[in-house]
Design a protein around this ligand. Structure first.
Ligand code: SAM
Length: 217
């Protein structure tokens, strides 16, 4: 597979304007969308008074669910058009801050130990495999020791499982789908155990309680 020049290759087409309708249908790659988002919040233990980071926030669906739980949220995304949708929905909500960042999985514009939790859904597949370990270290850097981290996305147990799914035509196109077998050792190197649960033939939720920011360097 060809590596991308930039890690965000999101095609800003008509699909952006239809995004919320597409996910509400909960079909295809967004099967069980709402349940995946709720599970991510639960696994990251998002709750009242927490400061949470949502990476690849898009139209803000996950960020707004954090606010509903009483957390304050920063939502980062490289796409102005997606963020415009998020800002429209959050107009009168004080506890959410949407920011455009070029590469928010790799350069998080916050100091070490800034957040009580990180959540992210349907965005990590934009990060090439060779950069996923850097991204995990960058996320852990901005988390407080003992903080929760959870990710929901198109993903697989292994490269072999991904190959079989692609063969069966379960996915439209090849992207950088995370694999349990590739992420587990990355977290293990940070003294952190990674947990994983499959939701659909192509969707998983991953979560961890990070040992501490000092291990990320
Ligand atoms: C399918 S949407 C998911 C939005 C939201 N998290 C949700 O679950 O509804 C994918 C989002 O990832 C963003 N994105 C694309 N490349 C990215 C990258 N390299 N880093 C972070 N976000 C990226 C897109 O702009 C888009 O908003």
């Amino acid at each position: 597979m060809q590596e991308l020049e930039k890690t965000w290759n999101f095609d800003e087409n008509d699909w952006v304007d239809r995004y919320d309708k597409v996910v509400a249908d909960e079909t295809g790659m967004y099967e069980r969308y709402s349940e995946v988002l709720d599970t991510v919040l639960q696994r990251a233990r998002v709750g009242g008074g927490m400061r949470v980071l949502d990476i690849g926030t898009g139209t803000g669906n996950l960020a707004l669910r954090c606010v509903a739980k009483g957390a304050s949220v920063v939502g980062l995304d490289p796409s102005e058009r997606m963020l415009a949708g998020a800002r429209r929905k959050a107009e009168s909500i004080p506890d959410v801050d949407f920011q455009r960042v070029e590469d928010p999985f790799l350069n998080i514009p916050f100091p070490d130990a800034s957040f009580d939790a990180i959540v992210t859904t349907y965005a990590f597949h934009h990060i090439p495999h060779r950069l996923k370990p850097d991204s995990v270290r960058e996320m852990v850097r901005v988390l407080k020791p003992g903080a929760g981290w959870a990710l929901g996305d198109l993903a697989f147990e292994s490269q072999e499982a991904e190959r079989r799914a692609l063969q069966k035509g379960l996915l439209g196109e090849e992207e950088y789908f995370a694999r349990v077998e590739e992420l587990r050792p990355v977290f293990a190197n940070l003294d952190t155990e990674l947990y994983a649960e499959q939701f659909t033939p192509v969707t998983w939720v991953f979560w961890a309680t990070v040992a501490g920011a000092q291990n990320a360097h």
